[in-house]
Design a protein around this ligand. Structure first.
Ligand SMILES: NC(=O)c1ccc[n+]([C@@H]2O[C@H](COP(=O)([O-])OP(=O)(O)OC[C@H]3O[C@@H](n4cnc5c(N)ncnc54)[C@H](O)[C@@H]3O)[C@@H](O)[C@H]2O)c1
Length: 262
């Protein structure tokens, strides 16, 4: 069987660790050339090196997704290294929980800036590159179960993920004329460093008694009966980056073990 992503150049933002690193590794084994774009340069370099060590093709770029010039620079690296850009995964995101009545404007601005504005910038800059290349192209955004339901201590995060779904739908409609598809995937509870921090933060704000409780509580709400690992996301990421998904656009694919049924 031929590799499903042979010859494709893919940028994944937030790919230094967690879901982004997992899907970058998985897509590299399907023949894609990866640009590991992340704020954390050291970890991004390590992830790219591990892909190369496994026989794949990857480079890293220190990228803050809230800074348009840096996103553009990451795209320029993709083109310089691998000739073109085929797929853009706007995956970087974070969450700092706060009790609803304690939410600060700073918290709102920080979360919305990375999770929503960062996705908008990534979509726009990737689309401009696809159009300059003469098309086609694929954009894949990381949504969340929190983009389908509002959680009490995650209001800015939920708002940002609802925004990701809105951007996915708007982008699909706006960019179809350029042969660009725009989709999202929506994870539930994935065992990544994000949850290590979230677990601690939820104890701090009084939502959980002990570190680990919140993760267990959330994961027990899945029909499958366990939390996901980044590996569980890989097949959907490969599908959304491959020609197999050419007739799919404007969609949000849930990979949440059956947490949210829509
Ligand atoms: N882990 C989960 O349970 C879960 C569930 C649903 C959705 N998600 C979403 O999946 C995505 C990845 O989450 P994860 O669990 O792998 O998180 P993670 O914290 O393990 O990794 C996120 C990565 O994003 C990077 N990042 C943060 N801000 C950035 C910025 N401004 N520019 C560039 N990179 C930046 C971080 O350095 C980090 O490497 C996020 O969008 C998150 O909201 C995660």
């Amino acid at each position: 069987m031929t590799a499903r992503l042979e010859g494709r150049t893919i940028i994944v933002t937030g790919a230094a660790q967690g879901i982004g690193a997992g899907i970058a590794r998985g897509m590299a084994t399907e023949g894609a050339a990866l640009v590991v774009a992340d704020l954390n340069e050291e970890k991004a370099a390590a992830t790219a090196a591990s892909i190369r060590g496994a026989g794949g093709r990857a480079v890293h770029v220190r990228t803050d997704v809230t800074d348009r010039a840096q996103v553009r620079a990451a795209i320029e690296v993709a083109v310089a290294e691998f000739g073109r850009l085929d797929v853009m995964f706007n995956n970087a995101g974070f969450n700092v929980p706060q009790q609803f009545l304690d939410i600060t404007e700073d918290n709102w601005d920080a979360v919305m800036s990375v999770n929503a504005k960062g996705v908008l910038i990534g979509m726009q800059e990737a689309a401009k590159q696809f159009i300059a290349q003469g098309g086609p192209g694929k954009i894949v955004n990381t949504a969340s179960i929190a983009g389908r339901e509002g959680y009490p201590s995650f209001a800015p995060y939920s708002a940002s993920k609802f925004a990701v779904i809105a951007l996915t739908q708007s982008g699909a409609r706006a960019l179809a004329q350029h042969h660009i598809t725009v989709n999202a995937f929506s994870p539930g509870v994935v065992d990544t460093p994000l949850w290590e921090q979230l677990d601690k933060d939820l104890v701090e704000i009084g939502d959980a008694a002990e570190v680990g409780d919140a993760f267990k509580d959330f994961a027990s709400g899945t029909l499958i009966g366990r939390a996901a690992t980044p590996q569980d996301i890989v097949p959907t990421a490969v599908f959304l980056a491959a020609p197999d998904s050419d007739y799919v656009t404007g969609q949000v694919m849930a990979i949440d073990g059956g947490m949210v049924l829509v």
